[in-house]
Design a protein around this ligand. Structure first.
Ligand code: PLP
Length: 656
């Protein structure tokens, strides 16, 4: 619907207004901003210089036949995140005179894409950055990609004897796997495997802390948590290791408070408790050396810096400071050497680097316009005309009451046979015209509840070329909020309120909750579509978890994905292209055979030709559509100006 503040058309609107409206100035720092043309700009290296116009980038990729929706990954951002994380710990270590080191790992489950893991291993080599695996398959990835003998390979999750033996053998290969005991019975399996192989892994224990996280993932801690050893279990484990002569390999204490810690107070409590456990374990004779604070480092999705679900009340630097200072406080009084600090930050590393861009296919807007007056219109219709004509800033509530009353009268009259279908249509159209006229005159603030409902009633549905089940599953599964906004036209005042419906037939397939600085809103300010012009929307900060949790609901497959590297002088390089699933591929994933599907339809067409129902030409056209569709993306084809060109091997492309 058209937004309130009158007169809308004359009030100036700047890109700064957009930046503030969509919160970009808060959550986008330092990677995203708006340029003078009203386009979103990407600074892939943060504040170290260089930027790309996201809209031009999308156009350039479409020229390479990479259609929307498109997942664009900025490898420079991934590297920058890693650098910031290490920078924050280095500063904290210097500030608190911490005599130990920081050595992080990336939890592979957060984004298992080969390109992502390889990139992190390569960029992280100078800090001996390692990996965390939570399953056998992830262990395989971590083992093969992590070649640095000093990097840690933290082995979490359920472990059978093969998982444990693999870890032991990896140590002999010259790697540093730490098998973290998370369940009370795992120690026996570790002891058995070590006896059998005559060698032991590095061993860690995961503590079940009494601290409760308040966040969405809060149930990963506390007494009823799925993973971790209670204090009696910890003591039993230590004794079992001592008896088996393996206590010397117990090097690491691990805890994980749950993902997206919103409130730093929760982390502080956990750190204090874990610090004391660490001291006690050392007191029991374990050499220790590593304290692993798990994941949970949060992302400020709405930029409000609050302890609410889509935000965090701390910065990366606050986090590092608290880890370093608290562990020091716990260990120093006992004269213990300070442990090497390990964190398993996934979300904080991987969220920022990918942007999902999708196009809007159309809108389902409420009817607008005024029907022309006819001779001898019934009174009810004339009443609505008079109401419309009389709307002014002074009588909005009264006009709204009248319009509703007259519309109800019109419906009653129609039911009783006193109003023709044509007159009823005119009455409804006039009613909506009244609604629009009232909404356009509403003040920017202080709108009564009743009239706010009117705004919601006039909101439009924007049809998005997207499956949220594939590309942003957490918005549906756990009500997560991501920043969503148009990536162009940001120098224009958005004149509509709307929400998005995706391509799936599922009524849950929608984006109808948006960030709103510490709270949320159900309608987003958007622009009216322009004939023949695409309307491009970006979904930001979704690089963690979304790709791997996405599913094939309605058989919408993966989108096209590209990795972009910033080049010199405003150029960029397309480093890596992954084509999205074709229809044939998603069918095969459900064990259908595309060939036999085609064959059955071919036979059905022959029969229809035989019966004279289908012409040979029409049959051929049908088969061609089917064959082509099988080889194409599962998303809708955009009719773009200009022909698509062949993709050549990563040339540097200029952007003005
Ligand atoms: C999921 C998980 C992580 C990653 O958490 P983030 O919040 O993404 O940093 C780290 N460690 C363990 C044990 C996990 O289960």
């Amino acid at each position: 619907m058209l937004l309130s503040s009158a007169p809308a058309s004359t009030a100036a609107w700047s890109v700064a207004d957009s930046s503030s409206l969509y919160g970009l100035e808060r959550w986008g720092e330092p990677y995203f901003s708006v340029n003078g043309r009203g386009h979103v700009m990407v600074q892939p290296r943060g504040d170290r210089g260089g930027s790309l116009d996201l809209v031009e980038l999308v156009e350039g990729l479409q020229d390479r036949d990479l259609g929307l929706p498109l997942l664009i990954r900025f490898d420079d951002i991934l590297e920058d995140r890693l650098e910031r994380l290490h920078g924050a710990f280095e500063r904290a270590i210097a500030q608190y005179g911490y005599s130990g080191r920081y050595q992080g790992v990336f939890p592979v489950k957060c984004n298992q894409q080969r390109h992502v893991v390889e990139q992190l291993v390569e960029s992280g080599r100078r800090w001996h950055f390692g990996l965390e695996a939570g399953s056998k398959a992830e262990l395989l990835i971590a083992l093969s990609l992590l070649e640095d003998p000093e990097a840690l390979l933290i082995c979490n999750g359920y472990k059978d004897h093969r998982y444990i033996e693999t870890a032991i053998l990896a140590r002999q290969l010259g790697r540093q796997p730490v098998v973290v005991i998370e369940q009370a019975d795992e120690v026996e399996r570790i002891i058995a495997a070590s006896r059998q192989l005559g060698a032991a892994p590095l061993i860690g224990v995961r503590a079940k802390l009494s601290t409760r996280s308040t966040g969405r993932w809060g149930s990963s801690v506390g007494e009823r948590a799925k993973f971790g050893l209670s204090v009696p279990d910890l003591l039993h484990t230590v004794e079992a290791l001592r008896e088996a002569d393996l206590l010397n390999d117990l090097r690491l204490l691990h805890f994980h408070v749950g993902s997206q810690i919103n409130d730093i107070a929760v982390l502080k409590d956990a750190l204090q408790e874990a610090g004391q456990l660490y001291v006690q374990l050392a007191g029991l004779g374990a050499p220790m050396g590593f304290l692993d604070v798990g994941g949970g480092l949060g992302v400020d999705y709405d930029g409000s810096r609050t302890a609410t679900a889509a935000s965090t009340n701390y910065s990366l630097q606050n986090y590092a400071n608290d880890v370093v200072a608290t562990v020091r406080e716990s260990c120093e009084p006992h004269g213990l050497p300070l442990p090497t600090l390990v964190s398993e930050s996934g979300r904080a590393i991987a969220s920022h680097f990918s942007v999902l861009v999708f196009n809007v296919l159309g809108t389902g807007a409420v009817v607008d316009g005024i029907p022309t007056a006819l001779e001898g219109e019934p009174l009810i219709v004339r009443n609505l005309r008079d109401t419309l004509a009389g709307i002014s800033a002074e009588n909005l509530q009264e006009a709204w009451n009248d319009a509703r009353k007259f519309k109800d009268d019109a419906l009653s009259a129609f039911r009783l046979g006193y109003l023709s279908l044509g007159d009823r249509g005119r009455a409804e159209q006039l009613y909506w015209a009244c609604c629009w006229a009232i909404a356009r005159q509403l003040p920017a603030t202080g709108v009564p509840e009743d009239l706010r409902n009117l705004q919601a009633a006039l909101a439009s549905t924007y049809y998005a070329n997207l499956s949220i089940f594939r590309s942003a599953p957490d918005t549906w599964a756990i009500d997560q909020l991501f920043p969503v906004m148009p990536i162009h036209r940001l120098n224009e005042r958005p004149d509509q309120l709307g929400s998005f419906a995706d391509l799936t037939c599922d009524s849950d397939g929608k984006l109808a909750r948006f960030i709103n600085a510490g709270s949320e809103k159900s309608l987003l300010e958007l622009h009216s579509l322009r004939e023949g012009e695409p309307y491009l929307i970006g979904l930001f900060l979704a690089g963690a978890y979304q790709e791997v949790m996405g599913n094939l609901h309605n058989l919408f497959g993966s989108t096209n994905a590209v990795n972009i590297r910033l080049g010199t002088g405003g150029h960029y390089r397309v480093d890596h292209v992954v084509r999205g699933h074709t229809n044939a591929e998603v069918l095969e994933a459900m064990e259908h055979n595309p060939e036999s599907l085609l064959e059955r339809l071919r036979r059905a067409s022959e029969a229809a030709i035989d019966r004279g129902q289908l012409s040979i030409g029409a049959a051929r056209q049908l088969m061609q559509h089917l064959e082509t569709s099988l080889q194409q993306s599962t998303y809708l084809e955009a009719d773009l100006p200009g022909g698509a060109q062949e993709l050549d091997a990563s040339p540097e492309v200029g952007v003005a």
